[in-house]
Design a protein around this ligand. Structure first.
Ligand SMILES: [Zn+2]
Length: 479
């Protein structure tokens, strides 16, 4: 970061707004890719700017700039005023200052080593070395190693006295092997593309047991080339946490974003099947379903102390014993909907205004061990790692595919299955949740790539889940 000082400039800015804030974001990203044992890409980029938000006549105005001088920020504030004053003639909602709470504090990712502490040759050697372990046989036609490391510093100062500083360090690490045999192509990744995304230091990369991890990925990609096709029919379904992540994201997270329920995304990423009167009424899933919004989990990808409205983040039940009790709505959505919400008002960078996002959305562990779950199933399929997904605009009807399956027969895991898929309708599906794995089956994942909003905002989310068992699900094979 340069010598730009947000606090000093803040005091010199002039505005007639009843409330205003500055949100500074500096982010630097280093990405490294190795393919088939060769370094393929090493690139880095950084971005640094300030978003100005103001409130005039109950209307918010925004203007962002990367001209980080007093004049640059004053010009931006003048623009934001102009936009707010003009837009206020046509406001659908008149906000007041309650939508920007007063808070001060700091947050820092729990990272031992900074991303600058690993050299480019060091990380290249590590990713290149993955090839020898991923290439289980000559049938493996492509291997990749991928690491993305992000340093992200956020400052937020408001005319109401809020003063927040948050320092994040994000790392995503992935390996993959693609095999081919007699026209059949199968790919195995490290728990689904980039699912191993955490707020952590480079110790995560250096401590990874790359040999064992990559040997298993390569072996399973090869194994899938000779596996039977997943059977088709109604049967029991057991999902590993790395597929539960996608199940939670698409069929719980997105439909419960309150701005989506209010119709803001209707012409773009879609609406939601949820209506306002579903809160505190709808039996979303079986009574084993407990979903929490939890930005407090150590090292989970979307943990933070304050969202971008300055609201303090805490753990909250969204679905309790299967009943929908809360939406994923930040301060503005709470004001508009008159519903309780959570601290999930987030922006992807300095040049975007915050909107309702998921952050960490987790399924709480239950009481069953993995063996207990399997031993109670006569006929079913166990599926790991998301491969494909499709869900309608209302987030209701879906069809998901996984990389790797296992047949469950008479209480035991037997053959490996390729191309395992399943489909369902959101609430009937979750109401078929028959058993939830205990703490020993609980795993934390995340993704850097949740997209929403116009203009688009790609944001980081985290999902943690135990293994889950659903009964009488429509399962099918094929690509
Ligand atoms: Zn998403």
């Amino acid at each position: 970061m340069n010598s730009f000082n947000l606090n000093t400039i803040f005091k010199s800015l002039k505005t007639k707004a009843e409330w205003f804030s500055l949100r500074e974001v500096f982010e630097s990203t280093n990405t490294h890719v190795a393919r088939d044992g060769n370094p393929e890409a090493n690139y880095s980029n950084s971005t640094h700017g300030v978003m100005i938000e103001i409130l005039i006549n109950g209307q918010l105005g925004y203007s962002a700039t990367n001209e980080l001088t007093l004049q640059g920020l004053q010009n931006a504030i003048n623009k934001a005023e102009f936009f707010a004053l003009n837009a206020s003639k046509y406001s659908l909602v008149k906000f007041d200052t309650s939508i920007r709470p007063i808070n001060s504090g700091n947050y820092k990712s729990n990272a031992k080593n900074n991303i600058n502490e690993i050299s480019i040759p060091e990380i290249n050697n590590l990713l290149v070395s993955s090839n020898q372990y991923l290439k289980h046989s000559d049938r493996i036609i492509c291997t990749t190693g991928f690491a993305m490391m992000v340093d992200s510093k956020h400052k937020y100062i408001c005319s109401n006295g809020s003063n927040i500083e948050q320092d994040f360090q994000f790392i995503s690490l992935d390996f993959s092997a693609t095999g081919q045999h007699n026209g059949n192509i199968q790919k195995r990744t490290d728990h689904g593309m980039l699912a191993r995304s955490y707020q952590i230091g480079t110790e995560f990369i250096l401590d990874t047991n790359i040999k064992e991890r990559c040997q298993k990925i390569g072996e399973q990609a090869d194994e899938l080339l000779f596996a039977e096709e997943c059977p088709t029919g109604e049967m029991d379904l057991v999902l590993a946490p790395d597929q539960m992540m996608l199940q939670i994201h698409e069929s719980v997270g997105h439909p419960l974003e309150v701005d989506r329920i209010l119709g803001d995304e209707r012409n773009y990423a879609g609406w939601s099947f949820i209506r306002m009167d579903d809160f505190n009424n709808l039996q979303y899933g079986s009574n084993l379903m407990n979903i929490t919004f939890d930005p407090t989990v150590n090292q989970q990808f979307a943990s933070y102390k304050f969202d971008d409205s300055g609201l303090e983040a805490k753990k909250d039940y969204i679905i309790k014993d299967g009943v929908l009790i809360k939406g994923l709505g930040g301060t503005e959505s709470q004001f508009r909907s008159k519903l309780d919400g959570v601290a999930n008002f987030r922006s992807s960078s300095w040049n975007r205004p915050p909107i309702d996002r998921m952050a960490n959305l987790n399924l709480e562990p239950g009481a069953s061990s993995f063996n207990e779950i399997i031993s109670n199933i006569e006929n079913g399929v166990y599926m790991e790692s998301n491969k494909s997904w499709s869900i309608d605009d209302y987030r209701n009807k879906f069809q998901f595919g996984c990389e790797y399956g296992k047949l469950i027969e008479n209480g035991e895991i037997t053959k490996t299955l390729r191309n395992p898929n399943y489909r369902g309708i959101t609430t009937p599906f979750w109401n078929k949740l028959k058993s939830v794995g205990d703490e020993s089956t609980f795993k934390i994942y995340g993704t850097p790539y949740c997209g929403k909003g116009e203009p688009n905002q790609i944001i980081r989310v985290g999902h943690a889940s135990p293994v889950c068992h659903f009964e009488n699900i429509d399962v099918f094979g094929g690509n």
